[in-house]
Design a protein. Structure first.
Length: 432
């Protein structure tokens, strides 16, 4: 009994470490594309449940899928900007059509992705992550003001709540260690919401209206639709997620003293692709490995997959209780906005961190980054610029993330992969 209690406590610790990331992504996307309170509650609930399913799939280790490491999966922040853009342009059904196809694509390339990684070096993945992070910042600041179009947009109480939440997150992150540092976002969201309750600006109606238990419903938001530009966007997001996951796999392999081979990686990729497909079918979101839980494994020294299985089962159970999901939907927009500044800023800093060594590796990398980020942001700011292009080309030019990512991939091939006189001379000098 004592061991069971310890196992449950360790599993709960992993749930808390990833919970903010798990619920904030559907909250941000759902609010941005105009979901009702009931729809948002369902989205959060099903997302929590599918995080558990995805985690359980990944900790398995059979012939076909599962990396077999103590890895926790959650919603990828990389997909937030693209999903908002797709939902705004084509509707929510196109989001799920693109997610399903991207999951199928991941499974199809899982055996060969090791060979495709050369097209996604740090200069490309770092640029993509940077573009995504920067394009999300305006979403955060709209919520800081109370939400785009709100009658009280920019009101002092909204700004106080937003920046108070951000300041608290910074304080917790700076002056705490280990577990509390890992849940600094969650602490900020909880405290900000409690303050907002005392100010009388929290509406508990979604919690009152939500049922205690619900059944999962495939295609809750309708039949998926398929748009080429949306599909291409989500495939790019999936490729970047796979690169990030590969790093997590190797980090956990090192912590667990296990050497990973190509077959292990392929099974990990397949599990991730399967989780993405299930997310699309059950109207959840794309998943990737959560690095904060890797830190928790390293910090606690507990490497047992049994603990992560308990985490997954806890998440699945929580997903069947809409009342709990509804509690997250009452977080006021300014509080969410304050937390989003930190979270999206971390996406940008992660991109910059990935780019750090690329400047030293090659002078040409500076040009790759400059042009890719410039085009990505330019298309985001002025998407109508290419309105006269044929529809077949607009799928590459209508979305800043797609345009910037493709620019980075193409320029990396031109500068770093095609043979050049300078590179041949360098190779000859090194050979001699």
């Amino acid at each position: 009994m004592k061991n069971a209690g310890k196992t449950a406590a360790l599993g709960l610790q992993h749930v808390l470490a990833m919970y903010a990331g798990a619920v904030v992504v559907p909250l941000i996307v759902g609010q941005a594309i105009g979901l009702t309170s009931a729809q948002l509650t369902y989205l959060v609930a099903i997302d929590i449940m599918m995080c558990g399913v995805a985690t359980i799939l990944q900790i398995m280790n059979n012939r076909f899928f599962g990396i077999g490491l103590p890895v926790v999966l959650g919603c990828t922040f990389t997909a937030v900007g693209p999903m908002i853009a797709i939902g705004t342009d084509f509707g929510i059904s196109a989001i799920y059509g693109a997610i399903i196809v991207s999951g199928l694509f991941v499974i199809a390339i899982s055996k060969y992705f090791g060979k495709l990684v050369k097209f996604f070096p740090p200069v490309v993945t770092g640029t993509v992550v940077t573009i995504i992070g920067v394009t999300l910042i305006p979403v955060a600041f709209n919520d800081v003001g109370g939400g785009a179009g709100a009658s009280d947009f920019g009101a002092p109480v909204n700004l106080a709540l937003a920046f108070g939440t951000l300041f608290l997150i910074i304080l917790v992150y700076r002056f705490s260690n280990g577990f509390f540092k890992a849940i600094s976002i969650l602490v900020g969201l909880l405290t900000g919401t409690i303050v907002a309750i005392f100010l009388g600006i929290v509406d508990f109606t979604p919690v009152k209206d939500a049922s205690f238990v619900h059944m999962v419903q495939p295609f809750y938001f309708g039949t998926p639709t398929f748009e080429w530009s949306a599909i291409l966007t989500m495939i790019l997001v999936a490729m970047v997620s796979l690169v990030e996951s590969t790093g997590v796999y190797f980090a956990l392999g090192d912590i667990c003293d296990r050497e990973l081979d190509e077959k292990d990686l392929a099974k990990g990729y397949r599990a991730e692709g399967l989780a993405v497909i299930l997310g699309g079918i059950f109207n959840s979101l794309p998943y990737t490995t959560f690095s904060q839980n890797v830190g928790l494994v390293q910090m606690s020294g507990v490497k047992s997959r049994k603990i992560i299985l308990v985490t997954g089962l806890m998440l699945v159970t929580l997903g069947f209780v809409p009342k709990i999901a509804a509690l997250t939907t009452i977080i006021p927009k300014p509080v969410l906005g304050g937390a989003m500044i930190a979270m999206f800023g971390m996406v940008v800093s992660q991109g910059v961190k990935m780019l750090g060594k690329t400047f030293q590796a090659s002078e040409e990398n500076s040009m790759i980054i400059a042009c890719s980020v410039g085009i990505g942001l330019g298309v985001t700011v002025a998407p109508e610029l290419f309105a006269d292009f044929p529809k077949s080309l607009q799928m590459f030019t209508s979305n800043g993330i797609v345009a910037g990512s493709l620019t980075a991939i193409i320029l990396n091939i031109i500068f770093n992969m095609l043979p050049s006189k300078k590179r041949k001379a360098d190779q000859l000098a090194n050979h001699q």
